[in-house]
Design a protein around this ligand. Structure first.
Ligand code: ATR
Length: 275
């Protein structure tokens, strides 16, 4: 009998990654035999670990913090989504030992927002907090989905300006200073794409940002999203969602790339939500 195909998620740390559980659940649902491991690699060891994994026949890898930029850099071919984000959460083998980079975070975010939560993004005035890898994917996705305006605010303003320049739509995309958040008025869609919660910190955001019918979304989930969700709720947001659904949907997009079939995400999402 041939070996089941080998998949892995690379991160540092990675022990708590939900990706093995998600991909195994998708595989079971689809009747596909695979093995999916979590591989902890330090930034110094990352490139060699990835190359070793694919040289040994690895069929696909997910990439998580802090390696998404490095994964993008080491790939030989890059999808448009990966190029826009400047980072990759999916690596797939190409003939001749070459690697293809893809990024499914933006597509996963849109699926979660629009299909799971029923959000209509068209015509919205969106505020994006952060301008790192996650924020870059989110920015392009929101624009693709038809938001009217996108205001990007980052602690380091140069990074927000660089993202806005890369997008190149000055009529729709604006940047503002973090120190000015209290003077910006309100938004009807606010996304937290900073890693403040993941790093164990808070953001201390003004409640005036939250419009009467606002939807707020944290790209992180679990404990990392608690502070932002609590702020949004206290500020009167109509909806405050965390990024657990985005995690499941970005995995489903990767699964579809590798296996040619899109899994039913809802039972997997519900089982993770239930703990
Ligand atoms: P990710 O892949 O999660 O996007 P990243 O590329 O390291 O990670 O980006 C982290 C983002 O969170 C950045 O926008 C960062 O702001 P800076 O560019 O100023 O570093 C933002 N961030 C992290 N901690 C923050 C904090 N305490 N307050 C505000 N922004 C923070």
């Amino acid at each position: 009998m041939s070996q089941p195909s080998q998949f892995a998620v690379f991160g540092h740390p990675v022990a708590h990654s939900l990706s093995p559980r998600i991909h195994q659940a998708f595989a079971q649902q689809s009747g596909i035999a695979l093995e999916y491991r979590a591989i902890d690699a330090t930034p110094e060891a990352f490139a060699a670990a990835v190359r070793g994994f694919f040289a040994a026949g690895g069929a696909g890898a997910n990439i998580t913090l802090p390696h998404k930029g490095a994964a993008f850099a080491l790939a030989d071919e890059r999808s448009e989504a990966a190029t826009r984000a400047g980072s990759a959460n999916v690596l797939s083998p190409l003939p001749g030992g070459r690697l293809a980079a893809h990024n499914t975070d933006g597509a996963g975010l849109l699926r979660d927002l629009t299909e799971r939560h029923g959000a209509d993004l068209r015509g919205r005035d969106a505020l994006l907090l952060g301008a790192g890898g996650a924020a870059r994917s989110a920015a392009w996705a929101l624009l693709d989905a038809g938001v009217e305006t996108l205001t990007i605010v980052n602690r380091t303003p140069e990074t927000a300006d660089a993202l806005a320049d890369a997008i190149g739509e000055p009529a729709r995309v604006h940047t503002r200073y973090w120190d000015d958040l209290a003077n910006l008025g309100s938004y009807d869609l606010i996304l937290n794409a900073t890693s403040a919660g993941v790093l164990g910190g808070g953001l201390n955001l003004p409640m005036s940002l939250v419009g009467a019918r606002a939807s707020c979304y944290d790209l992180a989930y679990g404990a990392a999203a608690v502070g932002f969700i609590a702020w949004a709720t206290a500020a009167g947001a109509r909806h405050a969602w965390d990024g657990l659904g985005m995690l499941v949907e970005q995995a489903a997009e990767a699964f579809a790339l590798w296996h040619g079939t899109r899994p039913d995400t809802e039972p997997v999402y519900q089982s993770l939500r239930d703990g």
